[in-house]
Design a protein around this ligand. Structure first.
Ligand code: NAD
Length: 355
């Protein structure tokens, strides 16, 4: 029997509601696929501030390192907005990501056929879109030295070391092997030396993955192509700042924030979470969409635990629930047959995933 230890951080607002549904679905696929999951809860954000006075307690930093993966809801809310910056829930999350050394951010942009009208782009353009943006998360211009804010000038520096490019490129190629085996590396190599360097290293790494087709694209063109013909992409591999911008653009192809999962991974334990926040405006009402968190649990199974079959079960169950017309309120305007609550949606997906 395979045994997995999953760290659970429910967080604030709708966090506990949506994470509970993801656990319900994980338990259902664990039975179906014959593995064991045990859970350990950790505090982060507002919940941690209320219980311990700090947004990222030491027990959380130490505890998550003992886990196989961490499933996270969301943190933050008006109750903690007036605290000093370093004591706010958000600094707890940034600190946790740093402590976990998660240098790769994986953001899929999937367009579900049943919700095709939720996109702001034409159905003929977005039908069948299934992109994975692999963004380097801990290097590049956001962290490069030197940096300065002076009276007459200000600057930042875009730096990548060979080691940083090698490790993120490997992540992208490994993921491509589990998908359609195509990597498009996005850079600005016509203007930036750092991009030329990036490109050469990516080509070196590609030699270890002969089955994967590698292409390169300048970032300005990539932004245009994402809107013009997003179906051409499988895996997009890119640096920190380009990935920041492109992953947000790509996420809007699907049209609803309540659907999109993400993963932050590195050499150690990975963090799996929805892209949305804690939605304090709807917390406690039982109407939040749990699909982004449930889809994050599927990513966790695939990328952290190598349980591809269980991940497929969950993703197919989400599609079936949508195909059968079940919708939470946020997507209720798009071809709904029945509006369901957070827990009902979780139960429907768990039921489909177990069959
Ligand atoms: P948000 O993503 O929480 O909400 C934006 C809008 O989308 C709201 O109207 C909300 O009701 C809706 N929404 C979000 N998720 C939904 C879901 N699953 N189902 C249905 N509707 C959903 O962003 P915000 O309002 O800017 O931020 C609220 C709080 O969340 C803030 O404290 C912010 O700092 C925090 N936040 C946390 C994270 C995180 O934990 N990773 C990310 C972003 C924002």
């Amino acid at each position: 029997m395979r045994n997995y230890k999953i760290g659970v951080i429910k967080g604030d607002g709708i966090g506990p509601e949506i994470v509970d549904e993801a656990i319900k679905v994980l338990d259902a696929v664990a039975v179906a696929e014959k593995f064991n999951i045990s859970y350990e809860e950790f505090l982060l954000g507002g919940a941690a501030i209320d219980a311990t006075g700090v947004p990222l307690p030491d027990e959380t930093i130490q505890g998550v390192k003992r886990m196989d993966a961490v499933l996270f809801g969301a943190i933050g809310g008006p109750k903690w907005d007036n605290l000093e910056r370093h004591l706010r829930p958000e600094s707890g999350l940034l600190g946790l990501r740093k402590a976990m050394g998660t240098y790769a951010n994986l953001r899929p942009a999937t367009v579900y056929d049943e919700l095709i009208n939720a996109s702001t782009l034409k159905p003929s353009v977005v039908k069948g879109v299934d992109i994975m943006v692999v963004r380097e998360l801990t290097g590049g211009i956001y962290f490069g030295q030197p940096r300065e804010y002076g009276e007459d000038k200000a600057y930042n520096t875009m730096v990548y070391t060979k080691e940083e490019v090698v490790r993120i490129a490997k992540v992208a190629f490994e993921i491509a092997m589990k998908r359609d085996k195509r990597v498009c590396s996005v850079d600005k190599a016509n203007v930036l030396e750092v991009s030329q360097f990036w490109r050469e290293i990516v080509e070196e790494i590609a030699k270890d993955y002969p089955e994967v087709e590698l292409s390169h694209m300048y970032v300005d063109n990539a932004a245009m192509q994402l809107i013009r013909d997003p179906r051409q992409f499988d895996v997009i591999l890119t640096g920190n700042i380009f990935g920041d911008i492109l992953s947000d653009a790509a996420s809007m192809l699907s049209g609803s924030i309540g659907l999109l999962p993400s993963a932050s991974t590195g050499d150690g334990v990975g963090l799996y979470e929805p892209i949305h926040g804690s939605a304090p405006d709807i917390a406690g009402q039982g109407i939040a969409n749990p699909i982004a968190t449930i889809a994050s649990a599927a990513m966790m199974l695939r990328y952290a635990l190598n349980e591809d079959s269980a991940a497929n079960r969950i993703e197919n169950a989400i599609k079936k629930a949508l195909a059968d017309g079940y919708r939470t309120g946020d997507i209720g305007a798009f071809d709904a047959k029945e509006i369901v609550s957070t827990t009902e949606m979780g139960s429907i997906i768990a039921d489909y995933a177990s069959k």
